[in-house]
Design a protein around this ligand. Structure first.
Ligand SMILES: [Ca+2]
Length: 356
């Protein structure tokens, strides 16, 4: 077992009874897996590694494992063998109170806080956050969260706010910037086959330069503009651009869509979408054109309000149920916000898919 160069950090440990091992929730939380001749050497390895919150040691195999996990995202499990034992670093608010936000001399050689090079003050170490009294571990996808920085930011997770204005769940944006291929459709309703829209100014077209690739490019100054059944400049109607939308297959693979938000584009608010459907599918690319390949997941408001400010995101909308994994999602707008006024197109700048 190698010996870290830095000093041994002070900590208090709690040991389980013999016959237990630690089971982290995520494999990435295993940060060290080597052999140690004695339990005390495994204990020392944990003390010397500030990321270690839990370890287990098997005196038969001499396996020493360190985990960046605690009982909030892992479990002590009973083993048939009596040779394994689990140790946990005991944490309490008093360990943190004297150093948080103090100058770095307060946390020198402390395992509980690190010196921030930007503020030169003691802050929570990586993968943890300040909750007002301690530095608990940041949470993984789909965990319930209670403040903005409570989720693993290195995994692009954010604590998303729910309907009621409270923080709710660690989620990520499911699309990967601009690498997804987004297909534009028109004259399409939930459950029906997709009719592909193409570039142009006429029935079944999307405005040149304002195609479906603009929907998930994370840029509210680029938009998707659909004519649907309208023929461009000749005749506006209250309804002709309805039943337009898009579908895409996630580059990251099948994922659970939990919530979404639309963003407005530049031009007239009556052209904003109002009511939408969202469907999910795991069919392959050729089958995706069939309406029967899609499962309806959402039928309701897109979240945009009347005369919403241009280029801004609407409040996040949550799907009523969200547990199924789908590789592809289809969004269709079946009502614009126009309220009877004549419009030539439906337009929006972004649709952000949030999930895990
Ligand atoms: Ca855009």
């Amino acid at each position: 077992m190698s010996s870290p160069a830095h000093a041994i950090y002070s900590s208090t440990l709690s040991l389980s009874l013999q016959g237990h091992e630690f089971q982290p929730q995520y494999g990435v939380q295993l940060i060290f897996n080597k052999t140690a001749q004695r339990l005390l050497l495994c204990v020392a390895a944990c003390r010397q590694n500030p990321s270690c919150r839990t370890f287990d040691y098997d005196s038969s195999s001499h396996r020493c494992r360190l985990f960046e996990a605690d009982l909030t995202n892992g479990a002590i499990t009973v083993m048939a063998s009596q040779t394994s034992i689990v140790g946990s670093v005991i944490l309490s608010a008093s360990l943190y109170a004297s150093m948080y936000n103090q100058s770095c001399s307060a946390c020198q050689e402390s395992r509980y806080q690190t010196c921030s090079s930007t503020t030169n003050t003691c802050q929570c170490p990586g993968h943890s956050y300040w909750n007002g009294s301690m530095c608990p571990l940041q949470l993984f996808a789909n965990a319930t969260c209670s403040q903005i920085d409570a989720c693993r930011s290195d995994l692009n997770l954010s604590c998303i706010i729910n309907y009621y204005g409270g923080f709710a769940q660690c989620l990520t944006v499911l699309t990967t910037s601009s690498t997804e291929t987004v297909y534009a459709v028109w004259n399409t309703t939930a459950g029906s086959d997709s009719n592909f829209a193409s570039n142009g100014v006429d029935v079944g077209k999307y405005y040149p330069g304002e195609g479906p690739g603009n929907v998930c490019d994370r840029n509210t100054s680029t938009k998707f503009t659909s004519f649907g059944g309208c023929n461009g400049s000749l005749a506006y109607s209250p309804t002709c651009p309805q039943n337009t939308g898009f579908y895409l297959t996630l580059q990251r693979g099948a994922s659970v869509l939990v919530a979404f938000r639309f963003a407005t584009a530049n031009s007239f608010p009556p052209r904003d979408p109002l009511m939408i459907t969202i469907e999910g599918s795991n069919s392959n690319s050729t089958e995706l054109t069939r309406g029967s390949s899609w499962t309806l997941l959402y039928n309701g408001s897109c979240g945009i309000s009347t005369n919403q400010t241009r280029f801004t995101y609407a409040p996040i909308q949550w799907l009523p149920q969200h547990s199924a994994l789908y590789a592809s999602y289809r969004f269709l707008v079946n009502l614009a916000i126009n309220n009877g006024t004549l419009i030539p197109t439906i337009q929006y700048s972004e649709v952000e898919l949030l999930g895990y």
